[in-house]
Design a binder for this molecule. Structure first.
Ligand SMILES: [Zn+2]
Length: 389
């Protein structure tokens, strides 16, 4: 894999730690980090472009290529591997430099990315998803958590509530007991891992917060009291707005049968309200796509636009997508363009304060990770190639 080192980016409008933009003559890169001085490499002409930190997608499924599990299972291992490699490449080329896989990706895949034999974002993995078949028995929960940790999980993923396929109201019950949440959190913590919880609302959200999980995923029916409780506990909320618009399309074209349109429409509206509620209560919000198909991987930045359309300012949405995501993943030197931070950044050809920018894939002109340019797919050309001097 050919990698071009970047020495500097010149003349771009550069995002600051608060999500605002100002012209900067020269952003220097040295040994993989932003720096006061630069060492060997190309100087990129960023004039007329916007430079944002690399994006963190805190909820994705990189090893899933089809929406339905049955379709995934029908593919041969070689085919699945090829599609997963493509998903990893598309994701990083789309501007995502850090990804938390919320179930599916395993240690072997992560090792390939770390070794550079697969192009992909900085990857953290959950391996398994522990749901109703695990819940309801403390020994079973213990064994399942230990097993995932043994196989390299940095995150324990609990599926604590029902989802779109259930009748309205069913998602407010919790698969896991309060004690089971605590068992998962304690076992994970003992081995340096943390817990993320798929919870649409109700008891599961409150119990997960009480148990000390790191993040609540989806949180469609998050209440103001839960948002306040989560903010006080310094949790992070990972809404996944875009995916439900995608699911709405699947319901319309018959791919997801048996779900009334009114159900998904209620979910879409409630989810936007949940984001507004979280925002109002000062709950940290990070970006999550929940993407799980070949067509979706690589379009992760659409979620930035979705966060803006749900009421976050552009500065807030961009900060959620970068600094807050890096913080959730424990990457303290990520998500900000400032000296000594990881030289991860995305050059955009259109204005990032406009949500439409993120709904058009051509907006990503270049992606830099660790101070080198992410190679573009052969045969594709970005909307505008930054000039190399
Ligand atoms: Zn998910």
């Amino acid at each position: 894999m050919t990698r071009t080192s970047v020495a500097s980016i010149r003349g771009a409008l550069v995002m600051d730690a608060g999500g605002g933009f100002a012209p900067v003559d020269r952003v220097n890169v040295s040994t993989g980090r932003f720096s006061r001085t630069s060492t060997g490499g190309v100087d990129l002409d960023g004039s007329g472009l916007w430079l944002i930190p690399g994006v963190y997608d805190c909820h994705t499924h990189l090893s899933w290529n089809d929406f339905h599990r049955a379709d995934r299972d029908r593919r041969s291992p070689a085919e699945r591997r090829a599609l997963t490699a493509r998903a990893l490449g598309d994701t990083v080329r789309g501007g995502v430099v850090g990804a938390r896989d919320a179930g599916g990706a395993d240690r072997a895949l992560q090792a390939d990315v770390e070794a550079g034999s697969l192009l992909g974002p900085r990857l953290q993995i959950s391996v398994d998803m522990l749901g109703p078949e695990t819940a309801g028995n403390e020994d079973r929960v213990r064994a399942a958590v230990e097993s995932a940790l043994d196989r390299g999980a940095q995150w324990i993923k609990l599926i604590a509530t029902e989802s779109i396929g259930s009748p309205a109201g069913a998602e407010l019950g919790s698969h896991f007991s309060d004690r089971e949440f605590r068992i998962a959190v304690d076992l994970a913590a003992a081995r340096g891992a943390r817990v993320l919880v798929h919870a649409w609302g109700g008891r599961a959200v409150s119990a997960a917060i009480d148990a000390g999980v790191a993040s609540i995923e989806h949180g469609i029916f998050l209440t103001p009291a839960q948002a306040a409780q989560a903010a006080a506990a310094q949790l992070t909320f990972v809404p996944t707005l875009s995916i439900y618009h995608f699911v709405r399309g699947l319901i319309l074209d018959g791919t997801v049968p048996g779900v009334p349109l009114v159900r998904i429409d209620e979910v879409i509206i409630a989810h936007r309200l949940a984001v507004a509620t979280a925002h109002e209560h000062g709950l940290a919000i990070a970006l999550g796509s929940d993407f799980a198909t070949t067509l979706q991987h690589g379009t992760n930045l659409t979620e930035i636009g979705a966060l803006m359309r749900a009421g976050l300012s552009s500065a807030e949405a961009l900060t959620a997508a970068t600094r807050t995501g890096a913080a959730l993943l424990g990457i303290r030197d990520g998500g900000v363009i400032a000296d000594d931070y990881l030289a991860d950044a995305v050059l955009l050809s259109s204005d990032p304060t406009d949500p439409a920018t993120f709904e058009s894939p051509g907006s990503v002109a270049a992606v830099m990770m660790g101070g080198t340019l992410v190679p573009l797919e052969p045969g594709t050309s970005p909307h505008r190639t930054p000039q190399q001097q």
